[in-house]
Structure formats: C-alpha cells, structure tokens
Design a binder for this molecule. Structure first.
Ligand SMILES: [Zn+2]
Length: 240
C-alpha cells in the first residue's frame, strides 16, 4: 500500500512536471519579437523597403496606396504629425492596408536646432497624432532631413531610420526620373527615401514595382527588413 501511494505520487509529480514544461514552451509565453508579421527572411531573400515621408496627403497618398494594394506591396510611411491631424482618414487607410507607420515628428523641424525638451516634445506629439488617428504606436523615428547630433540621439527614445537610396524626388518632380533612380540604385537590403506628398512620386510607383519585382525583389516594411537585428534607441540605421 505504501509503495502504491508513493508510486501514484511520483506519477502525479511527473505529470505536473510535464505540464510545466509544456506551458513554459507554449507559443506566446516567450517575449514577442519587435515586428515580423510576415514570414520573409531578408537574410536569404532579396528584400527592399520603399519608404514615403512627410504625408499623409489626401490625393497623392491615396493614389500611391491604390498602386501598392493592386500589387500586394507593403511600404513604410514616416508620417508628420501635423499632416496626420489634417488627413486622419488617409492615415487610417495606410494602417488598415498593412503598411508600417513610422514617426517623422510633429512639425518637421531640424531636430539639431532644438533643445532636448523640444526634441522630446516633437517626437512625442508626432507619436500621439499617429496613435490618435490610427491606433498604431510607432516604434521607429525618422529625423527630418536625416539630421541629428548627440542631443537628438539621446532624446528621440527610438531607433532612427535613415536611407541608403536618396531619390531626391522633392527636387525632381518627374515620375520617370524618380523611377529610374530607384531602379538604378536598388540593392538587396536597401531603404529607399521618397515622399508621398508629391503626385509625381505616386506616379513613379507602378514602374518601380514592376522593374524591381522582375529582378526578384520582395517589398518589405522597414521593421521586416531589419528583423533579427537588435535595434537600439538613438542609433541610426540606413539599410539592412
Ligand atoms: Zn521629411
């Protein structure tokens, strides 16, 4: 009898032990990764991140979104908070269609010229505008003009995303010129800088997407592009 009780006890102990192991290794028990919503491994696949700054603007952003949707392409929009406040419906559409939203500050000032507290407030107000309009909490910051110094680095409180391909689409308002620049300078792991406030940039998207898709590129968001890298607040990243 005594042996039987003790073997039953051991059996229970064993079952409880197995249950604990199963619970500990269950998916969801581990810390969630920063962002990897799709199964794209950019260490193996030819990835590229198209990024669009300074919007949302109602008509050119909508036209661009139509093109991205028709081609199943995901991009990243670094939104300016004051623009989000002006065009909340377009901002919501960007989020609803699965694109990433990054914070491009509230009023697009050169952060190097601001005090630490003004830098923090520009970033925080940008994030608040995005959160209020879309429900999305942006995790990445793109400093306006790509401009930063030690004070900026210490106060943005997020990884800073720059770019490796500068299209200068704001200077050359010509869809063909913009598309040719992107196609000529595309590299695996690149981050391409464009601005969705320009109709010519929206008009360049179909040619960019067709040409790069033909070369085997997969279009990913910045978080997907940088997945697997440990991103640090105040550090700048310009490609994979
Ligand atoms: Zn900008």
């Amino acid at each position: 009898m005594r042996t039987r009780v003790s073997s039953l006890t051991s059996l229970f102990a064993l079952l409880i032990g197995m249950l604990m192991v199963l619970t500990a290794t269950a998916p969801g028990a581990a810390a969630a990764p920063r962002a990897a919503p799709r199964a794209v491994d950019c260490s193996r696949v030819k990835c590229i991140a198209l990024t669009y700054d300074d919007g949302p603007a109602s008509s050119s952003t909508a036209r661009l979104l139509d093109t991205l949707k028709a081609n199943g392409v995901k991009a990243t929009f670094f939104m300016v908070g004051s623009q989000v406040a002006r065009n909340p419906k377009t901002a919501r559409r960007v989020a609803a269609e699965g694109h990433e939203i990054g914070n491009h500050t509230y009023s697009h000032k050169d952060l190097r010229r601001l005090t630490a507290s003004k830098i923090r407030s520009e970033v925080a107000r940008g994030a608040t505008a995005i959160r209020n309009a879309t429900g999305v909490e942006p995790t990445l910051v793109r400093p306006p003009y790509g401009s930063f110094n030690a004070t900026v680095r210490a106060n943005v409180n997020a990884p800073m995303i720059l770019w490796s391909v500068d299209t200068r689409d704001w200077a050359d308002r010509n869809a063909s010129v913009v598309a040719s620049r992107v196609i000529a300078r595309a590299r695996p792991g690149a981050i391409v800088l464009m601005h969705d406030i320009h109709p010519t940039t929206a008009a360049a998207a179909p040619r960019i997407i067709a040409a790069l898709a033909r070369q085997g590129y997969v279009f990913v968001t910045v978080s997907e592009l940088l997945a697997g890298r440990a991103l640090a607040n105040g550090k700048a990243y310009s490609q994979r």
